[in-house]
Design a protein around this ligand. Sequence first.
Ligand code: XMP
Length: 530
Amino acid sequence: MNKDEKKRAVKQESHLKERRGILVLDFGGQYNQLIARRVRENHVYCEIHSYKTDMADIRGMEPIGIILTGGPNSCYEEGAPCVSPELFSLGVPVLGICYGAQLMMHVLGGKVGRAPVREYGRIEVSVSAASPLFADVHEKTICWMSHNDYIEQMAPGFISSACTDNCPVAAAEDPSRSLYAVQFHPEVLHTQEGQTMLKNFVLGICKADGSWKMDAFIQESIEAIRNKVGNGRALCALSGGVDSSVAAVLMARAVGRQVTCVFVDHGLLRKDEADQVEAIFGPTGNFGLTFIRVDARERFFARLKGVTDPEKKREIIGEEFIRVFEEEARKIGQVEALVQGTIYPDVVESGEGGESAVIKSHHNVGALPDHVDFKELIEPLRYLFKDEVREAGLALGIPHDLVFRQPFPGPGLGVRIVGEVTPEKVHIVQEADAIWREELSRGGWDKNVNQYFAALSNMRSVGVMGDERTYDYAVLLRAVKTVDFMTAESADIPWEIIGRATSRIVNEVPCVNRVLYDCTGKPPATIEWE
Ligand code: XMP
């Protein structure tokens, strides 16, 4: 199999049928993942697929309900994303949200046009208590609107079930065909009773049984992995991060020592981290994995010597990682399956799962080593969101600290050292970072911020220690609050904590005579320092 074939082979799979799930058809709206998350909060499985999915494939998936997402287009314009009218006569309940609602009307013979008044933001909506979609919802309820178009005329058979001051059809339904349309976004938290509405749809209208639970997922995955691996061998790159750890343990549960985990210690990990990973997953740990720790520190440092360009450093680290991994794989010999810790947002954001543009390039999706020969690519977490991965991790008995570990970049401290990376500089960052983390958690701040670490500037300056003049480095402390890591705010850590960390760092860490706190948000800065 070449790289593209390997990727395609996993791409076509759907578990909707056996998991009695909901199909989310994506029209490019910004909240598509949120819809899927909200459905799953009801313990109902769902998958996001492109609106372009063939009708035959949709029938084959046998979803118990379909949700059409929002999207940036006007459904009456030529070339706008569309679906076949057949979608609405499958006998499966459909909920259209925003663009999806307008499209439902448009396709079934209603009229959608430019709204005389554009609605944006929190708007009071009056709903009809008789609608099963609005069971237990207050008659007047605040919903999040964001639309330029509106439903001018409903399709035949529909009745209006909600309105606003400016929008006579804020929701419409034809209960005899189980078709529902809402102009607002029930999936965003600003819609105060949105979760009740989605629950009404999936549990009440689609009659989902709410049985999508982690232990069921684990059991199913174990069987699927056993089928794929058979008597063969599987190879897993373990970084010690949450995703690869959960994937590895799941593999071990399924096929025991048939899976070999390769942990590449590139020397750019946090203080004591490599030993911690080994203690958990190595021979003395209790997961029963075949664990290989590769001490590749020297070769990484050798390749990074003299390199100052941040992109070049990243490239070298990525390349060298694959090379070490391939060498280890060759030593092991024939492996049937390669395991990757890809998770659902990686899949969706890389454009494979739905219609979302590529938001960021992903380190997992597509990052397959070229020369490792294997028949199967196994991505056991491919359909899980991050919090579901964590839940699976806890259910599998992985220590709490590891499961709730803050994100750590693949290139490690390589993106926390400005300029050339040397073993001495890595030592400085590791020590300073350990102190900063310790002081933040002592003050209880580790739970209030989403990412925090120390980095090393490439700046040396004059200082004085005792009676001596020094010429040493400045360490940078960072702590940010963020939801999606695409934007972030610098956290207002109490001065007392910064002060305590500062004095410990200059006293305990060699070659440091200044400590700076980074007050910049993202943008204009990034979270990491490279
Ligand atoms: P920046 O620095 O771009 O980082 O604001 C945003 C988030 O992404 C993490 N990050 C990475 N994670 N491999 C990763 O796995 C990488 O190459 C990488 N670069 C940045 C960073 O830690 C932050 O959470």
